[in-house]
Write a protein that binds this ligand. Structure first.
Ligand SMILES: [Fe+2]
Length: 358
């Protein structure tokens, strides 16, 4: 019965062009005389969006670098900096950026009320105290992080999320006008995260009517965007934003599968960003997802996207072993992809052989 998930969804949601202008009013309802913290992707430093953040005098605006995958040590540092301001947790944490900023906002909100290092909470429902009010405002579409119950983090020992009832946002704000200026490859990699979520959600042992319905609609939007759209088109961005949300929700009731298991290994050992790591892995997984991979390859070729090759070529033996360990530790993904008997269906040798092709 472990597939019957009882999930904490996001709280309030506002969707549509121009909704960012409502943020000040939305936050006003949640303010005491304390402060709020805006975590903003440092891509926006000096850009127009940074000036539109409705920060009051007492608030903090912290620009976060997301060149590397979110780390537990950075979460702990952000938490400590926020607590230093007045010795108390802020009234709210507002994340503005892509999936990594969403993950930081979710994780920090949990860690402001739970003691110790965030690496201690990598797992399911390990936090005992309710998180600080937190808001997610995506500026890049595909990861589903705006709606997921997980804040994905790389810690000293593993890449695993802080997952549970206190992680999801209390409020999300989806304004397609915020999504612009995304380089073409990045647009594709991140959007493909959503496409792959849907394929994985649909083709596993936890697939169900609710997850399937969301995934199919999300897939239709992804196909439309990658057949007819481009990164500077507002209609494309609106569709991808909805695809990301529905794909993320689909996963919440189903699960990711083999591609994410491989992708986490690449990210943990090589630091490869999630979207591109998925694309590198998915490119080699015809055996598990024949139709999805064929369609993926057709999209890559039509759009002229670069999928890195040979990324595992220079790995040391210990790095390869660590990559395989990381992948095998993601038992819930394998159980979904291959069923309860998954351990009989894959071996370290098989994983190595697939990694060597990446
Ligand atoms: Fe993903």
């Amino acid at each position: 019965m472990d597939f019957l998930k009882n999930i904490q969804l996001v709280g309030k949601m506002i969707f549509g062009a121009g909704s960012f202008d409502r943020l000040g009013d939305i936050l006003a309802e949640k303010r005491s005389d304390s402060f709020m913290v805006f975590l903003v992707d440092d891509f926006f430093k000096g850009r127009e969006l940074a000036n539109r953040v409705p920060a009051r005098k007492q608030d903090q605006v912290l620009f976060v670098n997301v060149d590397i995958e979110p780390k537990t040590a950075i979460v702990d540092d952000l938490r400590d900096r926020m607590l230093q301001v007045s010795g108390q947790a802020p009234d709210g944490v507002i994340g503005i950026g892509g999936g990594s900023v969403m993950d930081y906002a979710k994780a920090v909100s949990v860690m402001l009320t739970n003691p110790g290092p965030s690496s201690r909470y990598q797992g399911l429902n390990l936090a005992k105290n309710a998180s600080v009010y937190h808001v997610g405002i995506p500026t890049l579409s595909g990861t589903g992080a705006e709606v997921s119950t997980t804040a994905v983090l790389t810690g000293p020992e593993k890449k695993l999320g802080i997952k549970g009832d206190f992680t999801p946002f209390h409020q999300i704000l989806l304004d397609p006008e915020l999504i612009y200026d995304v380089p073409r490859n990045q647009w594709f990699y991140t959007g493909m995260d959503s496409y792959i979520h849907n394929i994985e959600s649909l083709t596993g042992h936890y697939a169900n009517t609710l997850g399937n319905s969301l995934a199919r609609q999300s897939l239709e939007l992804c196909r439309d965007v990658f057949a007819n759209g481009n990164p500077t088109d507002i209609a494309s961005n609106e569709k991808l934003m909805v695809a990301s949300l529905m794909g993320g929700l689909s996963l919440s009731f189903s699960e990711v599968g083999a591609c994410h298991a491989f992708s986490y290994g690449l990210s943990f050992v090589l630091g490869t960003r999630h979207g591109v790591a998925n694309c590198i892995a998915f490119n080699q997984l015809e055996e598990y997802y024949p139709e999805g991979v064929a369609e993926f390859k057709a999209m890559v070729s039509r759009l002229g996207i670069d999928i890195p090759a040979g990324v595992t070529a220079g790995l040391s033996e210990s790095q390869m072993e660590k990559m395989i360990d990381t992948t095998l530790a993601l038992e819930h993904m394998w159980r979904h992809a291959l069923g309860q008997g998954w351990k009989e269906l894959i071996s370290r040798g098989k994983l190595r052989e697939i990694y060597q092709r990446m």
